[in-house]
Design a protein around this ligand. Structure first.
Ligand code: OGA
Ligand code: NI
Length: 312
């Protein structure tokens, strides 16, 4: 998948290169909603530090990690682990820490590790930098669609930003499970930093393609609400994480979700007057409820909000 070659964002600040960089982002969004970026403006000291505090936390003894244990429900904050090597579905082989970072009122510090000591400060700095990056990307993506630069940011409303530290330990039988089962991300845009290979994206021909790990790169993927707001111009892609038998893989995933009461609807500029909107209007909370109910069978969840049954 050629578009997973990293796109050099520094070109956006250079008049001679900016239009080519924008075109590369547009092509990646059209093709698979997945791309990688380098020279993204997030300082390397900060990305290094985030990985360091993540690794130090996961290396703590289990009882010290369990101090931050979350409730066993979708999207719960805190520490958790789920290792499945039986035939049961869904398959997981991971430890994780999930934290709400925005809005500020949603920071529940009782779930934020106090060890290592720099954990909290590092997450605050890192997620602030990633919010800025998300806004810059959303502006380029909006303009690529002929929308005003702030369109997608406004359409997603007040940001609910979460960070998930994922840790996939070595697995004795990697072929029998998955780090994270196939899914598309549900919110607006996801920015992931990985250490080691293991992330795969579904290609159009139904095969899994590895998203190669490049130093200092972020993997960016468009999520379901962007698919609906762009009226299906940009689809959210299915992806998953696989595991291996010899080393721990970690990833650091920053999600940018709409607020629960945000109304999501296709941008009128992208709706064909004759055909009408391809997706129906909804409040984001309805999407979360449909996800929790889990009744979408083999379809992608976003299809249950399509006006047009042809959407695939
Ligand atoms: C996710 C995700 C992949 C990975 O957290 O939604 O897709 O490689 N993670 O950890
Ligand atoms: Ni994901």
């Amino acid at each position: 998948m050629a578009t997973l070659k990293p796109i050099d964002l520094s070109g956006l600040n250079d008049e001679r290169l900016a239009s080519s960089v924008r075109a590369q982002i547009a092509e990646a969004c059209e093709k698979n909603g997945f791309f990688q970026v380098i020279n993204h403006g997030v300082p390397v000291e900060l990305t290094d530090k985030l990985r360091e505090v993540g690794r130090k936390f996961f290396d703590l003894p289990t009882d010290e990690k369990l101090v931050y244990a979350g409730k066993p429900v979708i999207g719960a904050e805190g520490y958790g682990s789920r290792m499945v090597l039986t035939d049961a579905e869904p398959k997981f082989w991971r430890e994780f820490v999930e934290l709400h970072t925005l809005p500020l009122s949603q920071r529940h510090y009782n779930y934020w590790p106090q060890q290592p000591a720099e954990f909290r400060e590092t997450v605050e700095k890192y997620t602030a930098a990633l919010l800025d990056l998300a806004h810059r990307l959303l502006a380029v993506i909006s303009e690529n669609l002929g929308l005003r630069p702030t369109y997608l940011q406004e359409a997603l409303g007040e940001t609910q930003q979460n960070i998930v530290f994922q840790c996939y330990p070595p697995c004795p039988e990697p072929g029998k499970t998955l780090g994270l089962p196939a899914h598309s991300d549900i919110g607006g845009i996801t920015i992931l930093m990985q250490e080691g290979d293991g992330l795969q994206v579904a290609a159009r021909n139904d095969t899994w393609e590895l998203v190669p790990n490049y130093p200092n790169a972020f993997v960016v993927n468009l999520a379901d609400q962007i698919e609906m707001i762009t009226n299906g111009r940009y689809k959210s892609a299915n992806h998953r994480a696989i595991v291996n038998s010899d080393r721990t893989r970690r990833s650091y995933v920053t999600f940018y979700h709409p607020a629960k009461d945000q109304k999501i609807f296709p941008a009128p500029e992208l709706v064909d007057a004759k055909v009408g909107p391809l997706y129906r209007e909804l409040f984001y909370i309805e999407y979360l409820q449909a996800l929790a109910a889990g009744r979408f069978g083999d379809k992608r969840l976003v299809q249950s909000f399509a006006n047009n049954p042809q959407i695939s």
